[in-house]
Design a protein around this ligand. Structure first.
Ligand SMILES: *[C@@H]1O[C@H](CO)[C@@H](O)[C@H](O)[C@H]1NC(C)=O
Ligand SMILES: *[C@@H]1O[C@H](CO)[C@@H](O)[C@H](O)[C@H]1NC(C)=O
Ligand SMILES: *[C@@H]1O[C@H](CO)[C@@H](O)[C@H](O)[C@H]1NC(C)=O
Length: 486
C-alpha cells in the first residue's frame, strides 16, 4: 500500500526494529535522537492512518441515496474496518435457507395458485424468473423486442427472490450480515387458501415460519428486527382480526414474531413495519441502454389524449369515485380515453393495449380500486403518463423510498371528496396546466422510470438503481437505525 511505501521511504527502519536497536546501543546521545525519531514516526504513522481512513470513507463508505426523503442524502454503512476496502461492508445480506415448503413447493404446483380469473395460468407467469412470457410483436417499434414480459403482479415475491440470489453482497456468515432476507412467498402461499379454505389453512404456514425463524441463532441477535421479506399482496391481507371464516386474509402479520420483521409490500397499511415498494410492471430491461432507449422513445411520443382511465366501476363499493370518474371521462369530448375493464377484461390485461393507451395520454387517472393503490400507477409512470391521484394513500404515503417527496413535481392530486361533491372537475383541473408545465412534469415522470422497474437478474443494470436496488438501500438504512449498530 502507498502508506507503507511512504513510511519506509522516510523511515527505512520500522519502529520495532528501532526499538530493538536502541537496547543494543550504549550511546546516550544517539539514544535520545532515536527516541525522537521513534516518537515522530509513531505520530506520523497514526496521522497517515487516520488520513487514509478518511479518504477511504469518502470514496467508498458513502453511497448516494436517491428517492429517500429524509433530510440526509447519504448512507453510511455500519461496521467499517480500517484494514479493508470491502465495498460490501454494511451491505451484506444473509439469506435464510428456508425449508422448501415456504417457497419452492408453493410454486411447484402452479395450478394451485392459479385463479379462474387469471389471464394465464400461474405456470406461465412463473416463466423467465417470474417475469412471465415474453411479449413479442408489440406494435410500433424495435424497442419492444427486448425486456418486455406479461408480468403478473403477484409474482413480485419470485422476482425479488431471484434478484436477491444475484445480489452482489450476499454472505453465508450471518454474523457479518447487516440484514437477513427471509425468502418466504407469503402472498402466493396465502393465494392457495384464500377462497375456499378455513382460517387454519390460511394461517398455518405463517405460524410454522415464525416458529422456524425464532429458533435460529440469527433471530436471537436482534429479535428479528434485522429480518425482512417481500409480499406481492397488500399488507391488509395479512391482518385478519377474527377467526370467522368469512373474514378476509390470514393473521400472519399479527403473530408476535412476524411483527418484528419488516415486510416489503406493494401496499402498506397502518403498521410501521410494512414498507411499500413498486408493483412490478411489464418492463424488465437487461441493460442501461434499453432503459435510456425507452426513455428517449417516450419523450418523442405524440399524446393525443389529455387523460385516460383503464378500469372498472365499483358499483358494490360504497363511496367509490370510479363511477364519477368514468362519467367525467366519457363526457369530455374525446379528451379522455376510457378502457372499460368490466366489458373487455382481456384488453385490460393486455400489456400492448395498456401501454399504447397510456403512452398516448398526458395524464392517467389512478383512483383507488379494491384498495388504495394500483399496479396501473406504475404502468402509467412507465409510459411517461403523469399519474393523477385522488387519495394520498394511493402513492404519496406509500412509496417513500421510490417516489420523490415533492409529489407535485411528478403527479396531480385531485381530492376525491371534492370530486364527489362536484367542487372540482377532472377536465377543468387538467386543462389548467400549460404546455411547459406538462412537459416538465412528464420529464420528471420519465426520470422515475429506472427506479420503479425490476431489472432482469440475468444481467446487470450497471449504473442504474432499479426498484430492487432502492429497496435494498432503504432496508439497510432502516435496519441500521432499528438495531442501532455501529
Ligand atoms: C400499429 O400502429 C399503427 C399506428 O401507430 C396502426 O396504424 C397500425 O394499425 C398498428 N398495427 C397493428 C398490427 O396493431
Ligand atoms: C454459501 O454457501 C453455499 C453452499 O455451500 C454456496 O453455494 C454459496 O456460493 C455460498 N454463498 C456465498 C455468498 O458465499
Ligand atoms: C419482538 O421485539 C420485542 C422488542 O421490541 C421483543 O420484546 C419481543 O420478544 C420480540 N419478539 C420475538 C418473537 O422475538
Amino acid at each position: 500500500m502507498k502508506l507503507h511505501a511512504l513510511i519506509t521511504q522516510f523511515f527505512p527502519e520500522n519502529p520495532t526494529r528501532n526499538l530493538k536497536w536502541k537496547h543494543q546501543s550504549r550511546s546516550k546521545n544517539c539514544s535520545n535522537q532515536l527516541w525522537f525519531v521513534l516518537l515522530f514516526s509513531i505520530v506520523m504513522f497514526f496521522i497517515l492512518l487516520c488520513f487514509n481512513q478518511l479518504l477511504f470513507e469518502n470514496s467508498k463508505g458513502f453511497v448516494s441515496f436517491p428517492g429517500k426523503s429524509t433530510g440526509s442524502a447519504t448512507y453510511f454503512p455500519g461496521k467499517l474496518k480500517s484494514s479493508s476496502k470491502d465495498s460490501c461492508l454494511g451491505r451484506y445480506v444473509y439469506v435464510h435457507d428456508l425449508p422448501k415448503r415456504f417457497n419452492e413447493d408453493v410454486i411447484k404446483d402452479c395450478q394451485l395458485i392459479t385463479r379462474p380469473t387469471d389471464r394465464f395460468s400461474m405456470c406461465k407467469s412463473l416463466e423467465n424468473s417470474g417475469f412471465g412470457p415474453r411479449i413479442r410483436g408489440l406494435n410500433g417499434s424495435e424497442l419492444w423486442k427486448n425486456g418486455w414480459f406479461s408480468t403478473n403482479q403477484f409474482m413480485l415475491e419470485v422476482i425479488f427472490h431471484n434478484r436477491m440470489k444475484k445480489y452482489e453482497c450476499l454472505t453465508n456468515d450471518s454474523t457479518v450480515a447487516s440484514a437477513v432476507f427471509v425468502p418466504y412467498y407469503a402472498g402466493l402461499d396465502l393465494r392457495r387458501y384464500l377462497w375456499r379454505f378455513g382460517v387454519s389453512m390460511r394461517d398455518s404456514s405463517g405460524i410454522d415460519l415464525v416458529d422456524w425463524l425464532t429458533r435460529k441463532p440469527e433471530w436471537k441477535r436482534n429479535l428479528g428486527k434485522d429480518h425482512f421479506f417481500i409480499s406481492g399482496r397488500i399488507a391488509r391481507d395479512f391482518r385478519r382480526k377474527s377467526n370467522r371464516k368469512s373474514e378476509w386474509g390470514s393473521n400472519f402479520r399479527l403473530l408476535p414474531g412476524s411483527e418484528n420483521m419488516t415486510m416489503l409490500t406493494i401496499e402498506s397499511g397502518s403498521s410501521k413495519n410494512d414498507i411499500a415498494v413498486p408493483y412490478p410492471t411489464y418492463f424488465h430491461p437487461s441493460s442501461n441502454f434499453q432503459v435510456h432507449q425507452w426513455q428517449e422513445f417516450l419523450r418523442k411520443q405524440n399524446r393525443p389524449y389529455l387523460f385516460s382511465f383503464a378500469g372498472a366501476r365499483r358499483s358494490k363499493q360504497k363511496g367509490s369515485i370510479r363511477a364519477e370518474i368514468i362519467n367525467q371521462c366519457q363526457a369530455s369530448n374525446k379528451l379522455c380515453n376510457f378502457l372499460d375493464c368490466a366489458s373487455s377484461i382481456n384488453k385490460c390485461d393486455d400489456p400492448a393495449t395498456l401501454m399504447n393507451m397510456f403512452r398516448s395520454s398526458v395524464f392517467c387517472l389512478q383512483p383507488p380500486g379494491d384498495s388504495l393503490t394500483r399496479r396501473s400507477t406504475f404502468d402509467s409512470i412507465l409510459s411517461g403518463c403523469i399519474p393523477v391521484f385522488f387519495h394520498p394513500g394511493s402513492a404519496y404515503t406509500q412509496y417513500v423510498w421510490h417516489l420523490p417527496k415533492d409529489h407535485n413535481k411528478y403527479s396531480v392530486f385531485i381530492s376525491g371528496k371534492d370530486l364527489r361533491v362536484g367542487k372540482i372537475g377532472i377536465k377543468q383541473k387538467l386543462v389548467q396546466f400549460s404546455k411547459e408545465e406538462k412537459q416538465t412534469m412528464r420529464e420528471e415522470v420519465i426520470k422515475l422510470i429506472p427506479g420503479i422497474l425490476y431489472g432482469d437478474p440475468r444481467s446487470r443494470l450497471d449504473t442504474i438503481d432499479d426498484a430492487f436496488d432502492l429497496a435494498i438501500k432503504g432496508i439497510l438504512k432502516r435496519i441500521e437505525i432499528l438495531t442501532k449498530r455501529n
